[in-house]
Design a protein around this ligand. Structure first.
Ligand code: T4K
Length: 406
C-alpha cells in the first residue's frame, strides 16, 4: 500500500493497478443467456421494429417502474427528446444543471430554451424554490434529475408544477429501481426517462425508456419513435427513428435479470468505500437513504480542497496515473458548458461548488473489496499529504505523462 507521496505513480512510483479500474464497467449478467437470446433473434430473423425481445424488455421495465407503460428507445437522449415532443413543450424548460448535457441538449435541439436553476446542496437535486422563482410566462415544463439515483424533491416539485400549470417530467437516467416514499421511481410526474447506456446499472449497450401511466402519451411516444406511424401502420405525424433493436433488448433483459445482484454488490462496495475513507478530512463519501432503495451505481466523493490541500482534479490525475479511472459526474455543470454558458450565463453557487468537488470512483460487480482497499489507500496517501502533492506537482519536477483514461 502506498504511504509516502513519492510512492505515487504521478511521481515515478509503480502504478497500483496493471490494468485500468474504471467507473462505468457494463453489468452484463449471464453471458450465455444473452447469447441464447441473440441466437434466438437471429434464428427468427427478426432484429428490430418492435420485436418480441423489445416487447418483453418493455414489460420488465414497466414492472420495475410500477407503470402501465414503458416505451423503449435507442438511448435516453432520444427518449427525452421524444417526451419533450410528445408533451408539446414550448418556450422555456426549467431543469437541473447538475446533469449530463443530454437533459438540456434534447430540449435545445427542438428549439426549446433550457433554464438552469440551482440545486439543493444537501441532495444535489433541483431546489423547488429556485425552480419556482424561475417560472415565467414562457415556461412549459420542469425537468428535475434524480442525481446518482437519489430522488428529487418530488412532492414539492409537483406542487410548483401544479401551481403554475406546468408539465413535470423526470430525468431518471440514474434511478432505475430506486424508490420515493416507498413507490418506485418511474410513476411520478407526467413521465420519467431511464437510460440503459453501457455504463448504467442495467445496460442494453445503448438504450432508454420513457415510463408513464398515461396511455395516450405512451401511444404518441410509440408513434414518434417509429417515423410517426400509428399502430395501423399509417402515418399520423412527423416522427423519427428512435427504436430499440432486438440485440439491445437481449442485453437489457439479461442485465436486468442480474439487477438484484448488481445492486447488492454496489451497496456493499459503497459501504467499503465509506468505511475505508471514514475520518479522512475533506473527503466525504456521498451516501443514500436506505429507505429509497438506492441502486448505488455511482460512488461519489466530494473533495474539499480548502481542507485537503489538493484539488479534485489533481486527485483525479493522481488516480489516473495509478490506473484508477474516475469520472467527474457532473463537472463542469451543464450551465457551465457551451452553448449554455455563452447563450444564457448564470451563476448557480450551490451547483458550482458541488460540481467543483465531485468525483465518481470505480464500482460495479467487477470491482472487489480488495480493489476498493487499494483505491482508498491511494486516496488516503494523496489527500493525507495534499499540500505536498500539490506543491510537488506544481513544481512539475517529476511529471510523468498521463496514462490512458479508459
Ligand atoms: N440524463 C442523465 C442524467 C445522464 O447521466 C445521461 C447519460 C443521459 C440523460 C443520457 O443517456 P443516454 O442517451 O446516454 O442513454 C457516460 C454515458 O455515455 C452517458 O450515458 C451517461 N449519462 C454519462 C453519465 O456517462 P461518459 O462521457 O462519462 O462516457 P465514457 O465513454 O467516458 O465512459 C465512462 C466510463 O465508463 C469510463 O470509465 C469507461 C467506462 N466504460 C464505458 C463504456 C461506453 C466501459 O467500461 N465500457 C463501455 O462500454 O458518458
Amino acid at each position: 500500500m502506498k504511504q509516502k507521496f513519492d510512492d505515487l505513480a504521478l511521481f515515478g512510483g509503480p502504478a497500483e493497478f496493471p490494468q485500468p479500474l474504471c467507473v462505468g464497467r457494463p453489468t452484463v449478467g449471464d453471458r450465455s443467456r444473452f447469447l441464447e437470446r441473440l441466437n434466438g433473434a437471429l434464428d427468427e430473423q427478426w432484429l428490430t421494429n418492435g420485436g418480441p425481445l423489445v416487447r418483453e424488455f418493455e414489460e420488465r421495465v414497466a414492472e420495475v417502474a410500477g407503470t402501465r407503460n414503458a416505451v423503449a428507445t435507442c438511448n435516453a437522449t432520444m427518449a427525452l427528446q421524444l417526451l419533450y415532443m410528445a408533451t408539446e413543450l414550448t418556450g422555456e424548460v426549467i431543469m437541473s444543471p447538475m446533469t449530463y448535457v443530454a437533459t438540456a441538449h434534447a430540449a435545445r435541439i427542438l428549439g426549446l430554451t433550457p433554464v438552469f436553476c440551482d440545486i439543493d446542496p444537501a441532495t444535489g437535486c433541483l431546489d423547488p424554490r429556485a425552480a419556482e422563482a424561475a417560472v415565467t410566462s414562457r415556461t412549459s415544463a420542469i425537468v428535475p434529475v434524480h442525481l446518482w439515483g437519489r430522488p428529487s424533491a418530488i412532492d414539492e416539485l409537483e406542487k410548483v408544477a401544479d401551481r403554475h400549470g406546468l408539465r413535470l417530467l423526470f430525468d431518471a437516467a440514474h434511478a432505475l429501481g430506486c424508490t420515493y416514499q416507498g413507490r418506485p421511481i418511474g410513476g411520478f410526474g407526467g413521465a420519467e426517462v431511464f437510460s440503459f447506456h453501457a455504463t448504467k446499472v442495467v445496460n442494453s449497450f445503448e438504450g432508454g425508456a420513457v415510463v408513464t401511466d398515461d396511455d395516450d402519451l405512451a401511444g404518441r411516444l410509440r408513434s414518434l419513435r417509429s417515423f410517426g406511424f400509428g399502430p395501423d401502420g399509417n402515418s399520423q405525424r412527423t416522427g423519427t427513428n428512435a427504436k430499440m433493436s432486438e440485440a439491445a433488448a437481449a442485453m437489457g433483459l439479461t442485465s436486468l435479470e442480474a439487477f438484484g445482484e448488481t445492486v447488492l454488490h454496489n451497496r456493499a462496495n459503497l459501504a467499503h468505500y465509506a468505511s475505508e475513507l471514514a475520518g479522512l478530512d475533506g473527503v466525504q463519501v456521498v451516501t443514500y437513504d436506505e429507505d429509497q432503495s438506492p441502486n448505488c451505481q455511482y460512488v461519489v466523493v466530494k473533495v474539499d480542497e480548502n481542507v485537503t490541500g489538493i484539488h479534485r482534479d489533481l486527485l483525479m490525475r493522481v488516480l489516473a496515473e495509478e490506473n484508477i479511472v474516475t469520472q467527474r459526474y457532473f463537472s463542469p455543470a451543464c450551465h457551465q458548458v457551451e452553448p449554455y454558458r455563452t447563450e444564457r450565463p448564470v451563476e448557480l453557487p450551490h451547483t458550482e461548488r458541488l460540481a467543483g468537488q465531485v468525483l465518481a470512483l470505480p464500482t460495479g460487480p467487477t470491482v472487489t473489496a480488495a480493489d476498493i482497499r487499494r483505491v482508498c489507500a491511494v486516496v488516503r496517501c494523496a489527500v493525507g499529504q495534499g499540500p505536498v502533492v500539490t506543491d510537488r506537482f506544481r513544481q512539475g519536477a517529476d511529471r510523468a505523462p498521463v496514462r490512458a483514461t479508459r
